[in-house]
Design a protein around this ligand. Sequence first.
Ligand code: SF4
Length: 243
Amino acid sequence: MGEAAETVVNCAKCPRPVCNSPAWQEGPENCPLKLVPDVIKRATEKCFSAELREFALKASKQEGSGYMRLPHAPRGPSPVKSRLEEIMEFARRMGYKRLGVAYCSGVQFEASLMVPILENRGFEVVSVACKCGSVPKEELGIEDWEKVWPGRFEAMCHPVAQAEILNHYRTKFNILVCLRVGHDSLFLQYSRAPCTVFAAKDRLFGHAPLLALYQSKSYHRRVLAKESAPDAAKETERWVEQE
Ligand code: SF4
């Protein structure tokens, strides 16, 4: 007989999400409050520590300030701030002067719009593109057919260099703009400053990845397949070009 499956926390499948209500003790049996109370207790102590409390407090203040009751919609809070505004306000609350912007070279134009906006609010900005260092992809082990444009020079995305460059300039808060999955992981791993994501890369959906979920029951239903072959499209392209 196999081992019984471990009961884990799975809030996304919660039948009654009561945690933000006065009935917060009435969650399901696998509610984290019931399943891992010690973890929550330790995390709360950590959050209230001298190291984290100010950051957490100001993040919560920023959250609350993002809503207001508008005269024509007084019955509930309406969102009133863009993410860009929230990032600038939070950085100001924290007293950060020098910000880092780590962006994908594919959104050079967007980065060129963002940096002057940040500077206009009084921040010093260090911005660095993912292709910095111009290290050829071949040095990483990428074969020519695996490039975006086979046959051409392609620099590898270099999130570790992006992080180390921003570390070098001692930026206080780093803003990620459209770093690809995996590259963002490396950047987050090596950035010394706390980070926030302005936009997550999703070329198919205009860098709004939630659209993949909203479309998952219609024209993006292919995500419901049990698996996909990550290099299938490239392989097809490769053989077509060789014919
Ligand atoms: S914390 Fe508890 S009540 Fe809230 S969503 Fe998760 S399981 Fe449900």
